[in-house]
Design a protein around this ligand. Structure first.
Ligand code: SF4
Length: 426
């Protein structure tokens, strides 16, 4: 039985009890959320870690993308990125490798990563075609499903699959005429496969076959937004909404087959459209957990895209998004370095926490209150330990210590407002 099937039968497993305790929510409410699909609890049956819970009433989670490209393909460096991302608090890691020995990279990640792992099997399909000296366009549906099963059998916890890219949505994409096309790598591979072969997407046409494979390993499907816009002016257009409507249908079918599902979303969205995007997803997809990339609220921020994404992520989270994919300062410019990964994770955690506070998540504001109390007491050890990035905070404080009184900091020195206001209040 999959986790959803057990939840539907009213079985409250030890796993769900542990997740409920960690999330600080009622175990029975969690079981009900899993049963009706509004909460996704994610872990491959073959792995052993504290499962990832995303959805209603849970803490907003964040994902860090790592992975090789043809310009750089070092397993050691990708493992270092994973460790840095986990150390700084990410809840999931997606391996988006497109170069090197993809199965070996995945194996290393599965063995070493203590959080949920996601992949995009379409990248492996493209690599498989290259290794077999044929075009991705010649890939058969049997080959596609074999690769999906390989990822599940290896121990991946969730798969991004672009099932909403169909003959009909590709036709709509051609008709709308966007400024900046689509920026989902897997989505565009599938778009081209459909367009050139004039055939239906096998992952859509044989969706039940896909669900059977996923159910066997209790692997979650992250329904990819294959037409993810790459520019603000293309956001929320007819093709994006049409794909989302298809994904809503696929969520329903996944739930009926007891397969955990959630939905991916944009991307590039003007700030004034972020809330509407969340509301539309929740309506069209029956409150399925929503996983957004950023979203970036401006297109002009390469070098600072982690900031543009954190602004969008905070607003999206406040409006009901459940899972934020980080964006690094390297977005749009190069493969991220280890340091870019750290910056991206921290920016995304700030966005998620700000939204948790705004949503009134039990326990969220207490973190802020604790650091505020420490600031008022000028208890520097405690302040530094409670920062979202204690390492950076300590480095900054030590780089320019206060002159004279070291209970202060070098910002205001003798004019320390905290000290003066404390003197007035006491
Ligand atoms: S010196 Fe200024 S910045 Fe530093 S703790 Fe006091 S009030 Fe805050």
């Amino acid at each position: 039985m999959t986790r959803i099937e057990q939840a539907k039968k009213g079985i409250l497993t030890d796993e769900l009890r542990q997740v409920a305790t960690r999330e600080g929510i009622d175990a029975e409410a969690l079981r009900q959320g899993v049963a009706d699909g509004t909460i996704a609890v994610v872990r491959n049956t073959q792995r052993d870690f504290a499962p990832l819970a995303i959805g209603a009433k849970t803490r907003i989670k964040i994902n860090a993308n790592i992975g090789t490209s043809s310009s750089r393909a070092s397993i050691d460096e990708e493992m270092e990125k994973m460790q840095v991302a986990v150390r700084h608090g990410c809840d999931a890691v997606m391996d988006l490798s497109t170069a090197g020995d993809l199965a070996a990279i995945r194996k290393a990640l599965i063995e070493q990563c203590p959080v949920a792992i996601g992949t995009v099997p379409l990248y492996e399909m493209a690599d498989f075609a290259k290794r077999h000296k044929k075009s991705i366009l010649e890939l058969t549906s049997d080959e596609m499903f074999a690769i999906v099963e390989e990822h599940c059998a290896q121990g991946v916890d969730f798969l991004t699959l672009h099932c909403g890219v169909t003959l009909q949505t590709v036709a709509r994409f051609r008709e709308v005429g966007r400024l900046a096309g689509a920026v989902s790598r897997g989505g565009t591979i599938m778009m081209e496969w459909i367009h050139r072969n004039r055939k239906e997407n096998p992952l859509f046409e044989h969706y039940d076959r896909l669900l059977e494979i996923l159910a066997r390993y209790d692997v979650a499907v992250s329904l990819g937004d294959g037409f993810r816009p790459g520019a603000l002016c293309d956001a929320s257009d007819r093709v994006q909404i049409e794909e989302l409507t298809v994904l809503g249908e696929l969520v329903k079918r996944a739930r009926a087959r007891n397969v955990t599902s959630f939905v991916e979303g944009p991307g590039h969205v003007p700030l004034n459209q972020v809330v509407a995007n969340i509301q539309i997803e929740k309506t069209l997809c029956d409150n399925a957990p929503f996983y957004v990339l950023g979203p970036l609220v401006t297109d002009v921020s390469p070098g600072y895209d982690h900031i543009a994404a954190a602004i969008g992520g905070a607003v999206a989270g406040m409006a009901g998004a459940d899972f934020l994919c980080y964006v690094t300062p390297a977005e749009h410019l190069r493969l991220p370095s280890v340091d870019d990964v750290r910056e991206g994770v921290i920016a995304s955690r700030i966005a998620a926490h700000a939204a948790d506070v705004a949503r009134g998540l039990p326990g969220a504001i207490e973190w802020d209150n604790a650091i505020s109390k420490a600031k008022m007491e000028l208890d520097w050890e405690r302040i530094l330990s409670l920062c979202v990035d204690p390492e950076k905070a300590r480095r900054y404080r030590q780089s320019l210590p206060p002159a004279g009184d070291d209970s202060l900091c070098s910002m205001c020195g003798q004019y320390c407002a905290v000290k003066r206001s404390r003197a007035v209040a006491e």
